[in-house]
Design a protein around this ligand. Sequence first.
Ligand code: FES
Ligand code: FE
Length: 459
Amino acid sequence: LNLDKAIRDQEGYIDSKIFTDEELYRLEMEKVFQHTWLFVGHESSLPKPGDYILNKMGEDEVIVVRDRSNRVRVFLNRCTHRGNKVCLFDRGSQKSFTCTFHGWQYNIEGGLMGLPQGESYAGSLKREEWGLKEVPKVSSYGGLIFASWDEEICSLDDYLGDIRWYLDRMLLKPFLGGIEVLPGRGKYMMPTNWKMMADNFMHDEYHVPITHVSFFRALMHMSQNGGDNWMCGNQFDRGFNVLSTSPAGVPHAAGLVEFWNDPRPDSSAQVQPLNDRAIAERLGPEAVEWLQERERRMKEFMEEEQHKVHGSANWTIFPNLSLILMPGALRASGIIQWHPKGPMMLEGWQWFAVEKDAPDVVKRYGASVLAADQAPAGMITTDDTENFDRMYKNVISKGVEERPFNYAMPGIDLQRFYEEFREAGLDLEALPGTPLPVFTEEKALAFYQYYRDLMKKER
Ligand code: FES
Ligand code: FE
């Protein structure tokens, strides 16, 4: 497949074969997944030495473990003897990892320690040469741990670039105590290519009012009938997108960043966030007190402009990490990985994050809202899955439709868009990255442009 012909970013055309081609997929495992920073976990999942979680880097399973000197290390979950897994559980705490095949045993620094029938090797096996394969680069930002197989890769800070300014809002550092990732993760299979979901979270606000209409109707219904109306309903008027190209040239994006302090009259808002009284009634005065204190600390520690946009958002960090912060005051956030499983299948993993300092009632409330909406069996996710299932069935059928996918929406006039926000009190042009209108496909094109360059790079 010729990627210059398949990805025509100048025209906004993308050949659907990049989502189905078997050979291209194999190449991605090396060219993309071995030369980017990949999310492998959050520090709060590994509080003490020996704590570990499993994750995936591309199709390779890795063990993320805190070693005895408190350093987070990442190892391939593969016994060096004959390739069996050495760790079979998603999470836990271990002093060592023992293979279930012939019993080779590794310590949490990856070294080969136990060797059953060791004398039978007659001194020929050098243990120091047969430790677990270690991922050479590990780094973290705001508690999010990333790893890379590429020893030459740029620093994580240079990789992330401007997107950090927007992500800080979700990660709550250094404003508050950060987030805490709940144990376990939701997993679900989706019959689509991993790039499709990364791209969907990166830019596709276009589908939201259509695909998710029943979700918004349900919210409206709830709010009109005295239920929990935890969400602002006016995001499309107040939101904007951000394309951020890092110093290393990697495109990331934030979508539907909410302009929280927008003083414009709330004409189209049909659903209002819970007010203090409603929160006190449901969750008790402790929750209200904490929310007020949090708001005070945010004002104190955030940059002024950062505070103005501290509402909900979703992000995609290239290549396959998406994050979402639910709207409303009592919010939880989701950390979602689009793990590739062949060209037309992915495994979505979703981690739930709550605010570490929050009272338990707030954590539980936030997590339950997220679970009902953006989660494996949530209303939002299932809406998406249905569309992708139908798309998949169409794109694998060969030959009849020769036209490429259409990604050619540039968005409304940028200067006019900036002007409107300026009038409402927010200078978008002064913010990090490139703020863009809500409905545009520019960000997806930046994603595929970079993807093409990475795929073509000779190493
Ligand atoms: Fe692990 Fe043999 S495969 S000990
Ligand atoms: Fe969606």
